[in-house]
Design a protein around this ligand. Sequence first.
Ligand SMILES: *Cc1c(COP(=O)(O)O)cnc(C)c1O
Length: 502
Amino acid sequence: MLYNSTQNAAEVVSAAQAIAQGISKDGGLFVPQDFPKYDTETLKALLKTDYKGRAKKIFSDFLTDFTEDEINECVEKAYTSSKFGSENPAPLNFCKLDNKTLNILELWHGPTCAFKDMALQILPHLLTKSLKKTYDGKDAVILVATSGDTGKAALEGFKDVDHTKIIVFYPVDGVSPMQKQQMNTQEGSNVKVCAIKGNFDDAQTGVKKIFTTPSIAEKLAENNMLFSSANSINWGRLLPQIVYYVSAYCDMVNEGKIKFGDKINVVVPTGNFGNILASYYASIMGLPINKFICASNSNNVLTDFIRTGIYDKNRHFYTTISPSMDILVSSNLERLLYMLSGNDDKTTKIWMDSLKSEGKYEVSDKVKSVIKEKFYGGYCDDVNTKATIHKIFEQDKYLCDTHTAVAVNVYTQYVDETGDTTPTVIASTASPYKFSKSVLQAVAPDCDLPDNEFDMVDKLHELTGMAVPVPLANLKNKKVRFSDVTEVDKMPNYVLSALGIE
Ligand SMILES: *Cc1c(COP(=O)(O)O)cnc(C)c1O
């Protein structure tokens, strides 16, 4: 299977090249030229296997330049029960809300307690193998600018992976105390973490600048290294997300919640549009999905887009209690638009150029009508997010995080509006303990809020009895390894010195 750029269909690469390179030279995103189609027999065979078996089958159909042994090794190393707490890294859980059953796909049992682990635990293995195929003998240097969650998930994924080094920059006052502790105590011999005196945009701009400074690239090349990227537009981060939708469908059948062949809906709390796009790709492959319900917080640019066909990021940016969805440019939407426009690279490029210059574009009537038919967009503000957490816990003692609550709320809006009774899988993207403060305020609005986040975790546990994930419970006693703070304009020096090649 070959891949091409969404903005230049003539730019064709192998899977390994797409993963090693991350983004196309013309600025477009890599997409498969066609999708494997799973007939009844193929899907039925997946019912009988476990998560890893399903992952191996799907990976092998997309990564045709990888050997079976290579794929097996990646999957076996990534989804271990020691990292995900059980043999199924993405289990379904069930609870009741009013008269509805919520089928909750818990994607947060990995080492950092958020769904990015599902992709970032396997990406380093896919990437090192891709680099070996394309740039043999070089070590990859991963630079990450983070507002919290991605940095930690990338650190955990890349720690002690041979032939890689990872350096993470975060805004010194821009992450939660819990996130800071998660990153500054990171283990691993190939990791570095540094705060910068600036905000997230400064960190991101600083990283981009380092990536594109020729003298730095030359220094790396002299030392047999090259920069690579772990950000969410890399195909190696999207592909692993297809697996858990297929797996959830199989589990729904195996648990007797649906009959084989029945359609389901999916609800996804969405930021960059990666997670929900993976579910759409699964349906293109033959998974019976009826509706894709795209849930946003007050940054509801996608809700408006799905309803009108106009994408307009010129609007107020809200800082919400579901911060991983505080995004106004949903990068992966580009891949959907490319597909819905009939793989029209020229038109996709026009829309993306317009987004860059005007902050806005309007899609064609053809694309609008497919989006209207397959997608539903809705949003939920902070007040309703907290009310939703409160209600689910009150009714069925199920505790969910702020992002998942946005999804549940939008799902109830959808059902109220349409009356649709199709069984529905709701993607749950973070452990409630990762956002203890907001969840605590939601569950017990009258309780005195402890003044540090670890005490909030304890308090939430005391009130709900729900188990605290081991990685978060252990965090308090971990040794701080990193306390560097640097000026934004010193970031290049920091990188070279961290790599020992000043
Ligand atoms: C990243 C993230 C999201 C958004 O996922 P996208 O793939 O960017 O749409 C939602 N919830 C949590 C907890 C996240 O970390």
